[in-house]
Design a protein around this ligand. Structure first.
Ligand SMILES: Nc1ncnc2c1ncn2[C@@H]1O[C@H](C[S@+](CC[C@H]([NH3+])C(=O)[O-])CC(=O)[O-])[C@@H](O)[C@H]1O
Length: 325
């Protein structure tokens, strides 16, 4: 099994002039301390895909209509190499990206999630932000485009790290960083971030309380939590225990109503807790594409009654909760 060669010196350099400088050794030790989590049988394939990306002299990036866009002069041959390299990093779930001539149409329209919350959150200008469970890092680019000084993402998946590396190969943006870490392995009590995002992660934790505690401890005093997670359509203070799969997904244990979710967040010591969006996931927002050809949401819903999952639970409904500490 191949192991990730993590470059602690590069991380130290990247964080040197930021408010996270004092944490660079702690973050590097957290990554290196995971040992087996840095190994994956497909890592050589993913690393070779990244190494095949053609380099161009005039690359730049911008957000264009929600598409993280890499611009620059690719020859036809380079465009071909780019497409081949990016297909070695499939499945692409979170995006969309436009890499030169290649439209990476991802499983999720993650720009829709961002649009739902961006007008409600504290302005990103000059903030140091953490995105827990950032996937390919798509939302890190939204945060940077909205003015964040430093957007740090953490995600335990080495595939998503390599997808981020592929985009960063062109963006070359010192203000965006992804570390292969689960939240549980982040140094405790950092109190270093102005905003912490946890989107699509809480429902993967058997007990939500430690996750909420970890999020609170990562925030500076006065900082903001942006929590996005699955809920059930029930106006009372309740939750649904999940046995087996939920919408084909493993490792989902308990889905709260919005009221219960808000109470969990209050019990974790947050203030000013409020839901700013509750929306059902549509078949246009999450679907199979050429870059993620496996089953998606349509195959997880009951064909006879699309208001239910194939397991008979209410279909995915997601809430965005904001709170301060
Ligand atoms: N303990 C953990 N700590 C950190 N990350 C984790 C952990 N467990 C799983 N993950 C990671 O959390 C991400 C969950 S997806 C949300 C992506 C993005 N945020 C989105 O909102 O589009 C789920 C969804 O599709 O909703 C995956 O990338 C996991 O590897």
């Amino acid at each position: 099994m191949s192991e990730l060669a993590f470059d602690a010196a590069a991380l130290r350099k990247q964080l040197a002039d930021t408010t996270l400088a004092a944490w660079s050794d702690g973050l590097a030790s957290a990554v290196l301390g995971q040992e087996h989590a840095l190994k994956h049988g497909h890592l050589p394939q993913w690393e070779s895909a990244v190494s095949l990306l053609p380099s161009i002299a005039d690359a730049s990036w911008s957000m264009q209509d929600g598409r993280m866009t890499i611009s620059g002069s690719f020859t036809d041959e380079q465009a071909e190499q780019l497409s081949t390299a990016l297909s070695g990093l499939m499945p692409w779930r979170k995006g969309p990206f436009q890499a030169g001539p290649v439209h990476l149409d991802t499983e999720w329209r993650s720009d829709w999630k961002w649009n739902r919350l961006c007008e409600h959150i504290q302005p990103m200008d000059n903030r140091v932000v953490l995105d827990v469970g950032c996937g390919s890092g798509y939302h890190l680019w939204c945060m940077r485009a909205a003015g964040a000084r430093l957007a740090l993402g953490i995600d335990p998946s080495l595939l998503y790290l390599k997808q981020f590396d592929a985009i960063q190969h062109y963006a070359n943006d010192p203000g965006a960083c992804l570390l292969p870490l689960p939240m549980e392995a982040l140094p405790s009590s950092m109190q270093a971030f102005d905003t912490v995002f946890s989107m699509g992660v809480l429902y993967h934790r058997r007990d939500p309380a430690p996750h909420l505690e970890e999020l609170r401890q990562a925030l500076k005093s006065g900082g903001e939590l942006v929590l996005e997670t699955l809920v059930i359509p029930d106006s009372t203070e309740t939750s649904l225990a999940i046995t087996g799969r939920y919408a084909n997904m493993r490792n989902i244990y308990e889905l709260p109503s919005v009221k219960r979710l808000e109470n969990w967040v209050r019990a974790a010591g947050f203030n000013d807790v409020r839901a700013v969006s509750v929306e059902q996931t549509s078949l246009e927002e999450q679907r199979s594409t050429a870059w993620m050809p496996s089953h998606s949401l349509d195959k997880a819903l009951d064909p006879e009654n699309p208001e239910c999952t194939i397991e008979g639970y209410p279909r995915p409904l997601r809430a965005v909760i904001l709170a301060t500490v």
